[in-house]
Structures are given as C-alpha cells and as structure tokens.
Design a protein around this ligand. Structure first.
Ligand SMILES: Nc1nc2c(c(=O)[nH]1)N[C@H]1C(S)=C(S)[C@@H](COP(=O)(O)O)O[C@H]1N2
Ligand SMILES: [Mo]
Length: 362
C-alpha cells in the first residue's frame, strides 16, 4: 500500500464525475480510492476558463520583472534542464463544499476534489536563480495561458488565471514547473506543456498552462487570491481577507461510501486517506463508528511521503443492523487536529471539518 502499489481489493471505479463540462471540472470518485498515486485519467480537474490549446513548438516561458537577466525558454530547452520527480497531493480548496451548511455557491465537490500524482519538472528556484532576482523583490506572479471574464461580484473583466506566490515559497526546493505527470507527458487538461506544482498548498497555487513568471518588488494579491481563494484573518482584530495557502489537516473516508449498505456482524475494512499542509506529516487518524462518541486508531499504510496524502485502514467489527455514522479525524506533526465544524471565517474554501459518513448496517 505504499507509493505506487495498489490496495488490490474492492476496486470500484465507476467513472469520473462531471461537475461542469465547460469549463472542465471533473471529480475523482473518492470511493474508488485504490492506490497512493491516482491514475492520470482519474485525477480530478479544476479549470476556471476554457482549456487553452497549446502547440509546444510555439510555446515560450518568459521570466521577467524585477530580475537582472530576463529570459525566455522553449519547451525543448526547458526539458534539457536538470529535473526532479516527486509525488504531490493536490486538493482543491472547495473539496467537500457540498457538505457545508448552509449550502454554498461554487462547484459542489463531494470528497474527490483531491488526487495524488508524481510530477517531473524543473525547480522554480533554479529559473529564478538564473534570472537573478533583484534585492528586495517580494512576489513571483505565475500566469497561465487561459483567460476569461470572471463574474459574480466585483469583477475586473477578462483576466488570465494567475497567482502571486511570496518569493520565499517560490524559492523552496519542492516548488516545481512540471512537464510530466505519472511518467507521461502532462495532459492538456492538467496544464500542457507546463504547470506549476506548489506542494503543501491548496491546488489553486499550482498554475496550469504556465507562460509567464513575473517577479515584483511590491506585494500583490490578484483576483484569485483576494476575491476568491481567500479567508478572513482576525490576527489583528479586524477581519481582513488573506489568501489561502497551506492545506488543512484532514482525513477522508473512501469506503464505506455515504449511505452504503454494509453487512452486519462482519469485519469491514474502512479505508481512506489523510493529508495536511506545509511540511507537516499526518501522525494519527482516529475513526469513530458511533457518530463521534468513541474513537479508535486507524493504521497508517505505506510510508510518509512529504507533501502527499497517506492512506489508512481501520478494521471495523460491524454491529447488528441499524444506521451508523462513521467519522475520521486526522492529527499532524505540528499538533493540529482536524476540526469538527467549519469556521465561517474560512468561507467556502479551505474545507477540512470532519464529514460524517452515514451507512446502513444490514
Ligand atoms: N491556468 C490555470 N491554472 C489552474 C487553474 C485554472 O483554472 N487555470 N485552476 C487551479 C485550481 S483551483 C486547482 S484546484 C488546480 C487543479 O489542478 P488539476 O486540474 O490538474 O487537478 O489547478 C489550479 N491551476
Ligand atoms: Mo481549486
């Protein structure tokens, strides 16, 4: 059950779940979780605009702004640079949104707005070093080739999908510009020819179809990290909007699925995944099969992989017939415990409260 291997039993892939088809937003059916790495064609897809069609021969990546030596790279040049390969879990900030009360606008992800893949690419830090970031620079804007008119509330008209990463995070060795996914060429829907992978932070930072890297001396928080993908921060008293960054500590139950019927008086293998943000590791997953009254400990499978989910299992001796509610709760190496309730300050993203899974024992 470690990296790459399959859990072998109870495979139940029933097809991807289309949330919207134009633009393409597709959910991984989480109940079919069966391996550490999500097969590429089962990886969830989150797009805000139409998927751009890019011919790798015409595509260029430019590095510009507050740098000593701006430059551009072709796809071929890029692939000749030293590369690294690492598994990363991407989670959409809206994963689990359908379980928020009251129901929120936005894509109604259930549990499968999350997947794990192995990415190969160059370190963003290497390209920034080559360009020579100027003293005092603060942010690194990553711009995708996709654009469109955003709607709903104050809207700036037609904009590209872009994120501005603090320089400090951009320089971390785990942040990649990836051109391969699970050992194959990056598919169009996941950002061909090149995407950013920002491990430990919500998927929104991992800009697909990357064409521009712009270093700025000023601090900026563009549309996709203020109007959306932001949370209320009350550190200094007044609520102010700040971009979401690190994933929350979270365990999700894959099997049984919601409202599944499980046999009474039998051994049932409860299975799921758990993950957390930044550099932390999941240290514990607890399971309740009685709606949160009592908790037992799940077994963590495989080995801890930095910036990736950890699969877990729990053997449940099922009771006599009746309704039961299962819950999973993760704890991480920084002592953070998955909350029971969603904080309203986290708005409709950054969803990591415990999600009860009702089942029918029969
Ligand atoms: N250019 C671009 N990059 C993007 C997006 C987008 O709409 N355009 N969506 C982001 C969001 S919100 C998420 S969760 C991840 C999803 O990556 P995936 O589609 O490969 O799963 O891509 C991010 N990168
Ligand atoms: Mo997302």
């Amino acid at each position: 059950a470690g990296a790459g291997s399959s859990l072998g039993n109870d495979q139940r892939f029933t097809g991807m779940i289309t949330r919207t088809s134009s633009p393409d937003n597709t959910e991984f059916p989480f109940a079919s979780l069966n391996s550490f790495l999500t097969p590429t064609d089962q990886h969830f897809v989150r797009t805000h605009f139409d998927t751009p069609e890019i011919d790798a021969r015409d595509w260029r990546l430019t590095v510009e702004g507050a740098v000593e030596k701006p430059f551009e790279l072709s796809y071929e040049e890029l692939r000749k640079l030293p590369s690294v390969t690492a598994a990363t879990t991407l989670e959409c900030a809206g994963n689990g949104r359908v379980f928020l009360k009251p129901l929120q606008n936005g894509i109604r992800w259930e549990l499968g707005g999350i997947s794990t893949a192995e990415y190969t690419g160059v370190r963003l830090a290497d390209l920034l070093a080559r360009a020579g970031v100027r003293e005092g620079a603060k942010m690194v804007t990553l711009e995708g080739a996709d654009s469109g008119a955003v709607s709903g509330g104050p809207a700036p008209g037609v904009i590209a999908y872009s994120k501005s990463l603090p320089l400090e995070k951009a320089m971390q060795p785990e942040v990649l510009l990836a051109y391969r996914m699970n050992g194959e060429e990056l598919p169009a829907k996941h950002g061909f020819p090149l995407r950013v992978v920002v491990p430990g932070w919500f998927g929104t930072w991992s800009v697909k179809w990357l064409t521009k890297i712009i270093v700025t001396e000023g601090e900026i928080d563009p549309y996709f990290q203020t109007f959306s993908y932001s949370v209320w921060d009350r550190r200094y008293g007044e609520p102010s909007l700040i971009p979401i960054t690190q994933l929350g500590v979270k365990a999700s139950i894959a099997r049984p699925a919601r409202n599944e019927t499980v046999p009474a008086g039998a051994k049932y293998r409860v299975l799921g995944a758990a993950w957390t943000g930044g550099e932390a590791q999941v240290t514990k997953v607890e399971i309740s099969t009685d709606g949160g009254k009592t908790w037992g400990q799940a077994r963590l499978l495989g080995e801890a992989v930095p910036f990736a989910w950890r699969l877990w299992e729990y053997e449940w001796q099922t009771p006599a017939a009746g309704r039961r509610v299962l819950m999973a709760r993760a704890t991480d190496s920084e002592g953070r415990v998955q909350p029971t309730e969603h904080s309203a300050d986290l708005r409709d993203g950054h969803i990591n409260m415990i999600i009860p899974i009702p089942v029918e024992v029969r």
